[in-house]
Design a protein around this ligand. Structure first.
Ligand code: KIV
Ligand code: ZN
Length: 389
């Protein structure tokens, strides 16, 4: 294996499964097809297209995505039950590269729900993973709530799943409970300890309840995980999942300290972010990293002046690299003369120094009354200050 292969991190997108589980984020069949196509097109390695046993609609969407996919592996989710796994395979089997993802909650709290003893659950894992492996050679297994599962039991069940044929072992931080150092330690120790661990891919699946999903995912990668599970805009249950755009751009921008590669064309990020926001009905917060409206916007005079001289003064990545046409310098009460002059130039207005002074005074008065001053406002100020008025 080359160094590049070792440093390649697979991007597993679960916008259409975990993302859609977010209350109120339901998408229609055609919206799901559109998002899957965009994900495939941007270079996502594995698309978790849905939970086929959950509904007829989910089954239909996963099947059609499987038929249409061009490059990505198409994955469906299944509980640790044979009919779930069969239904899942039925839906994904037409993909060029299908995957079954089966899971069971292994922590004490989750074991109590089906009321299985540790031995009974271990047996169930052996039976269901073997069953999935008889259907396809691409099987992912997840011990749900892994980060709150007893260490010895976690090692035991992972070993069983690997022996039964799982090819990817996903370690979910189901309730967003872990923290970066612990996330890294867990992955590192599992890879060192569990027999057969070096023959499978370890994945990290983090939720954002404490706002640490991105940091926890990257820490897991530094410790040896080679698949990140994530969603566009961080959509997902409760506080959401790891945001795809954040982990991808973090590894790109700080490749000096995180020398990992993904197959994602980052220039497609903004478009898919907007489409997911529209179809899910979940607006992106203005100050969201990478895709928020303000992520590449600068209003204050000092920042605008710096940006006009050298964009690197206040931007660590180029807006074009995430699919934006450029930086935005919205005019507001914190803006200075340099930004106003740049705006006038952009609007094709040529003014002398005295008129600029006059417009600037009026602009500040207006900006104190309005949150944002738009192009039309500026043009009105220009007319109002034109010689003779
Ligand atoms: O968060 C979680 O544990 C999950 C599993 C189904 C992988 O989404
Ligand atoms: Zn999840």
């Amino acid at each position: 294996m080359t160094q590049t292969d070792r440093n390649r991190v697979l991007i597993f997108d679960t916008t259409l499964r975990d993302g859609e589980q977010s209350p109120g984020a339901t998408m229609t069949h055609s919206e799901k097809l559109e998002i899957a196509e965009l994900l495939d097109d941007m270079g996502v390695d594995i698309i978790e297209a849905g939970f086929p046993i959950a509904s007829e609609g989910d089954f239909a969407a996963v099947s059609e995505i499987a038929q249409r996919s061009k490059n990505a592996v198409i994955c469906g989710l299944a509980r640790a039950q044979l009919p779930d796994i069969d239904r899942c395979f039925e839906a994904v089997k037409q993909a060029a590269r299908p995957r079954i993802h089966t899971f069971i909650g292994t922590s004490p709290l989750h074991r109590a729900i089906p009321n299985l003893s540790m031995d009974e659950m271990a047996e169930r894992i052996e039976q269901t993973v073997s069953h999935a492996r008889n259907l396809t050679d691409n099987v992912q297994w997840s011990p749900m709530d892994a980060t709150r599962t007893e260490w010895d039991y976690l090692c035991r069940v992972i070993e069983i799943a690997i022996k039964a044929g799982a090819t990817t072992i996903n370690i979910p931080d189901t309730v967003g409970y872990t923290a970066p150092r612990e996330s890294a330690e867990l992955i590192r120790r599992l890879i060192e300890t569990v027999p057969g661990a070096d023959e499978v891919v370890f994945a990290t699946h983090c939720h954002n309840d404490l706002g640490m999903a991105t940091a926890n995912s990257l820490a897991a990668v530094e410790a040896g995980a080679r698949q990140i599970e994530c969603t566009i805009n961080g959509l997902g249950e409760r506080a959401g999942n790891t945001a795809l755009e954040e982990v991808v751009m973090a590894m790109k921008v700080r490749n000096d300290i995180m020398p990992f590669q993904t197959g994602i064309d980052s220039r497609k990020i903004m478009h898919i972010s907007r489409r997911v926001a529209t179809v899910s009905g979940f607006n992106v917060q203005f100050n969201k990293a990478i895709v928020g409206k303000n992520a590449f916007a600068h209003e204050s005079g000092i920042h605008q002046d710096g940006m006009l001289k050298n964009a690197e003064t206040f931007e660590i990545m180029r807006p074009e690299d995430v699919g934006l046409s450029g930086t935005s310098l919205p005019l507001g009460k914190h803006s200075g003369r340099a930004a106003l002059r740049a705006k006038l130039k952009e609007l094709g207005v040529d003014v002398g120094d005295n008129q600029l002074k006059d417009i600037f005074v009026r602009f500040k008065e207006l900006a104190d009354r309005k949150k944002e001053v738009f192009d039309d406002d500026i043009l009105a100020l220009v007319s109002a200050t034109t010689e003779g008025n």
